[in-house]
Design a protein around this ligand. Sequence first.
Ligand SMILES: [Zn+2]
Length: 82
Amino acid sequence: MKCHYIYTEDGLKVLIPGCWSVVMSGDIRDCTCRDETFAAFESERYNKTVKALRKQVKDLEQENIQQNRIIKNLLKKLRKKQ
Ligand SMILES: [Zn+2]
């Protein structure tokens, strides 16, 4: 289970650590617990894949621009020769 707080009957907020970082520091901001649900895991994997694909699209668009430039220059040279 991830680090979380519970409330005692007296209304006291008590930190329940789920990872060693928080056990050592007592500060939930140091939490290194990972989401363990399948949905969370899938979501993380999905986001990584989308990010990678977006980068690929960007790279391909860049390559497309460069190749269009080359074609344009080649066409110019061809026209000059005619
Ligand atoms: Zn934790």
